[in-house]
Design a protein around this ligand. Sequence first.
Ligand code: SRM
Ligand code: SF4
Length: 557
Amino acid sequence: MVNNNENLSSTERIKMASDNLRGTFVESLENEITGNINEDDVALVRFHGMYVQDDRDRRDERAEKKLERLYSFMIRLRLTGGVITPEQWIALHNIAGENSTGVLKITTRQTIQLHGILKSKVKPTLKAFNQAGLTTIATCGDINRNVLCTSHPKQSPLHEEIFAYATDIANMLLPKTNAYYEIWLDGEKIADKKLEEDTLYQNRYMPRKFKVAIAIPPNNDVDVLANDLGLIAIIENGKLQGFNLAIGGGMSATHGNPDHYPRLASILGFTDTKEKTLKAVYEVLTIQRDYGNRSDRKVARLKYTVDRLGLDWWKEEMARRCGFELEEARPFTFTSRVDYYGWEQNHEGLWYYTVFVENGRILDDEDISLKAALLEVAETGKGNFIFTCNQNVLIGDVKPEDKEVIQEILERYHVIEHTDNASVIRKNSIACVALNTCPLALAEGQRYMPTLLSKIEPILEKYGLDGEEITIRMTGCPNGCARPFAAEIGFVGTAPGKYNMQIGGDRVGERLNKLYRESLDEEGILTELDHLFGKFASERINGETFGDFAYRSVLNQ
Ligand code: SRM
Ligand code: SF4
């Protein structure tokens, strides 16, 4: 084993002392005096798919009354490629209603989070998920997270074949510990520890979170290069040839610290057979496990290990561990990164309706009863649900004879009108959760983005740009959960009401944007956009995108 065991961070020590992630959860859950759990368990609970949070809007009020913070749990589902059945949707709907805030939040990694679950409700929630065939295991923590795969099965006749890789990778990279079943599902305690020996994660897991995505060109809806490990399907003459592997993507930065930076993954090479592809994926993780920084978590992601050791070193080490060399990467082209709203039919004749869900929040409000509509769709049992990395949901695998029924429900609840009428810019935007639950938020994300867009829309109209598919992404801090550094326009929170403005990313996720203006308030944002859109409308060349224009004509001036 390679020695990256010196000067270990406190999280490393907690992991190793955790008895395979068991920690002291039994004690933490029994303690009724606090809504929180023991300090070390706060780090470990992530491996079980949860975060301890508190309502930040109520911190002052609680402090004044000398009450502890209003603690609750956010729970994230593990859904490879973002797919659930109608029966699972119904279960999810009911569980959310009983135990959480009720909002089904689609994340930027194709899954669902529930917020506001009190400690006493955590076990019942996980048990109910389990009964519905759903789990939260390894959706957070220093481990491989939810594996992404291009959402829309219309994309390619090979979708099913490629999707199977995502499932195989997700299963291969699951932890072996039985802790989840013991703690949350009252499973039998494993007496023979050999049964849970974990050759991949050992007792220290990864140095940091690890993310894998598969993209099926020409669509890069998963933002494949923002992942630690990206697989790009190479299709020639209608056949899957294999995958280009790209390593070292990640979005997070720290304001004012150039040592922490966003990075797009670098293409390492090509693998042809499934056996080779899975082996190569596995060994990328073992190398990062052995060489990733375990003393400073800020530089522990794979992107820093790649930059520290260099791509040539990685190629050699991969060949040594895999027993074969990666082939030279094959050509591919991305032409879009969007969701295909409305109805689309795949090669087998099945129908897919992509619903626009603003910032991934499924709820019933004064504008639209989206949650009720989707429940009624699920109750027909006539379609599966597929979440997208752009925070939307597809109703999918609908047989031609069943389309009418779904259409009627979507019309009755005005879902079609809602999807059709949303502006192009709104449909191409994403924002992270941020306040009031995210402890790291410096500014608002999803609660503010809709208002800001309503003020941006008239500016675009003024310059005749309302049909432009410009990607705008907002996060409440530089951790980059809505991948703002890979957008044509990114807003990154610096303080309440203030955002850094990033411009010049390309449309398909192959070029990062750059800092354009620091800490703008709303007025500053709108003034800058008015100026930039005016310039774009009059000076763009040959239909170039806003991102390309900004890169050429604004950043490089
Ligand atoms: Fe994220 C931490 C929400 C996708 C980079 N992210 C968090 C936490 C858990 C805050 C915390 O550590 O306590 C946020 C919880 C907010 C809340 O109240 O729900 C949070 N991240 C999210 C979600 C829900 C944003 C959304 O609105 O959809 C996304 C959940 C994805 C999922 O289902 O797994 C989410 N996070 C991302 C992405 C995008 C992606 O993966 O494609 C990124 C950038 C890509 C990357 O990983 O580099 C991302 N989140 C981070 C980071 C920075 C990691 C780093 O390298 O430093 C943190 C902070 C950390 O880990 O220390 C973070
Ligand atoms: Fe929280 Fe920052 Fe992620 Fe937004 S980007 S959810 S504010 S950690």
